[in-house]
Structure formats: C-alpha cells, structure tokens
Design a protein around this ligand. Structure first.
Ligand code: FAD
Length: 295
C-alpha cells in the first residue's frame, strides 16, 4: 500500500531494518525471524536501508521481498551517490516488479572505504535531483519520502537551509518525511514549528533510536552530532558497565520519548530497530502505543 494513502487515514507506527552482513546472516533467516516477530505490532510499513553506492543491493531487495511475503508494506531506501540515471532506472524497475510502491529518496554519503570508478555525483548532486528524476523519468509512480534533520544536517550551513530543502523536496513530489534520530523531544517540536511556518505541509514521521548499549549511542552521537539531554547522560554514565540495566533504562527512555511525541500529535513514529525485535516490541509495549493505536 502507498504510505501517503496510509497517512491520510491514520498516524503510523513503523520500523526500520538493515540488510545484515553476509557473514552474520548468510541465508537471511535471522532477519526473516526478526521481521516475522515485528508483525506482532502490525506496523504500517517497514523500511529497508540501502548501502550508499548500492553495495548491498541484492540483500536489500531480498529483504523488501520478505517484508512483502509477510503481508507488510515495504519502504525501500534508495541512495543517489555513485549512481547514474541508468543504474537508478534499473533498480526502481526491479523494485516495482517486486511490488514495492514506496521509496525513501536519499542522497547518501560517499563511504570512506569505497572507490567509485567515476565521479560519485555524476548524475545526482542532492536528494532533490533524485526526486526530480524519479518524477520526470519513465520509472513507475512511486510514493516518495525524504529525510529530515531536526538538529541540522552535518553539511548544512543553517537549520533554515534544511527546512528550505524539505520544502523543495515536497514541491518536487515527496509526500512524507522521516527524521534523523533525536533524544530531546523539544528540539523536534521546535523543528516541526519551523517546518510548518515556512509551509512544509507533508507528514513528518519521527525517527526514534532505542538505546541498547552505551557504546552504540556514543558512536551514533558522534556520527549524527545529535544532542544528549542530561537525563540520558546520567543513564549512559550509570549503566555503562551493566548491559542489562542499560537495556532496561534505555527502553524506558525510548518508551517515554515515544509516548510524549504521540500525545503531542506527531504524524508517525518510526523505530530504528537495529534488527532487534524483542527489545523493540518491549519498547512499544512500554510506550502504551498499542492501545492508543487501537482507539
Ligand atoms: P540532501 O537532501 O541532498 O541534503 C544533503 C545536504 O545538502 C544537506 O546539508 C542539505 O541542506 C544540502 N542541500 C540539499 N540541497 C541543496 C541545494 N540545492 N543547495 C545547497 N545545499 C543543498 N544513508 C544511506 O546510505 N542509506 C540509507 O538507507 C539511509 N537512510 C536514511 C534514513 C533517514 C530517515 C535519514 C534521516 C538518513 C538516512 N541516510 C541513509 C543518511 C543520508 O543519506 C545522509 O544523511 C546524507 O548525508 C544526506 O541525505 P539527504 O537525502 O538528506 O540529502
């Protein structure tokens, strides 16, 4: 089903998974089990990440197929970096043939360990170029989503620039956004106000990263340079050497973040699952979202 149509009917709960490395899950039985477990929450869609430059393309496509076989709606991420228009047409036709109707149109980043035979920005410089191409070319009429950054994209000169970029994507045909992770809800609410004040009208789904381990969060914070509120700093320091308590406190943190966001009217909640179904289902249960979604 198209996500723009789902969002017209209701606020969404969705999950993100990533293609596991070959050596960790050769026949994809692990991720199949994860996805089967996640069906328990009847997610509105499941997104599948895409390695910049397409290095994990076959597995990303297989996982989208698994999502479909489990009667869930896939959202396939698609990155532009390193791709020509011809590469993009090939992938999008394959996805359409599988039955995928939704794409998250992304620019991507040049991976530090990857060499491209040509200029990686040969046909697309920004995600907007990809969106324009997908809309103008013969590729089938996907429902398109885009990325959003409540705390500013790393290369952006100002938060206003990111919001302007969102407005341009929306005008080009993006019909919903999913945010980068954040740990401070007030930052998101200020961002949402900024978006609405410049005229961005599309639903903005919040991306929530559960805290599983202190090291994982420190790394993510370094990469995304997102703010860490005092309350989270305390948890990270207190349970750094106690993984079970860290998981428990992290689950509570994510659950209360989600509960407040839902209460204050977000268009949807998207959980970055890190392919961990048990912990993610526990967080959804603690947030009280199941009952709220049934109302
Ligand atoms: P863009 O929208 O092109 O923005 C990139 C930068 O360029 C921003 O700083 C923006 O302000 C600036 N910019 C845009 N247009 C212009 C313009 N016309 N003039 C000047 N500056 C401009 N990466 C992956 O490799 N695989 C994934 O599966 C993946 N999934 C993601 C999912 C979500 C929800 C998010 C938030 C990010 C994801 N990423 C993924 C990371 C993403 O690829 C990077 O953050 C990347 O650096 C930017 O992608 P974008 O689509 O936001 O790019």
């Amino acid at each position: 089903m198209r996500i723009d149509l789902i969002l017209k009917e209701r606020r969404t709960l969705s999950f993100e998974v990533f293609p596991p490395k070959q050596e960790h899950d050769e026949d994809l039985s692990g991720i199949r089990g994860t996805l089967a477990a996640l069906t328990a929450e009847s997610p509105d869609f499941v997104s599948v990440t895409y390695g910049a430059g397409g290095h994990n393309r076959p597995r990303a496509l297989e996982i989208a197929e698994i999502v479909l076989s489990l009667k869930m709606t896939p959202l396939s991420h698609l990155t532009a970096v390193g791709y020509t228009k011809e590469d993009t047409e090939r992938v999008t036709h394959t996805l359409a043939d599988l039955g995928v109707e939704n794409l998250l149109a992304l620019r991507g980043d040049v991976p530090a360990d990857m060499k491209f035979p040509q200029d990686p920005w040969i046909d697309f410089r920004y995600a907007l170029d990809l969106v324009n191409f997908l809309r103008a070319s013969g590729t089938p009429g996907f429902c398109l989503g885009g990325a959003a950054y409540p705390e500013k994209h790393a290369e952006s000169d100002a938060p206003e620039r990111d919001v302007e970029v969102m407005l341009n994507k929306e005008r080009a045909g993006v019909s919903f956004f999913i945010t980068q992770l954040f740990f401070d809800n007030e930052i998101f609410f200020r961002f949402r106000d900024r978006c609405r004040s410049v005229g961005v009208q599309s639903p903005i789904i919040v991306g929530i990263m559960p805290i599983f381990r202190a090291r994982q969060i420190r790394r993510i914070v370094e990469i995304s340079s997102c703010s860490v509120p005092e309350q989270l700093e305390v948890i990270l320091a207190r349970y750094a050497d106690d993984p079970a308590s860290m998981e428990d406190a992290g689950a509570d943190y994510a659950a209360s973040q989600i509960a407040e966001l839902w209460r204050r009217g977000v268009d949807g909640v998207h959980l970055y699952t890190m392919n961990k179904s048990r912990q993610v289902l526990d967080i959804v249960a603690r947030s009280g979202l199941r009952k709220k979604r049934l109302r």
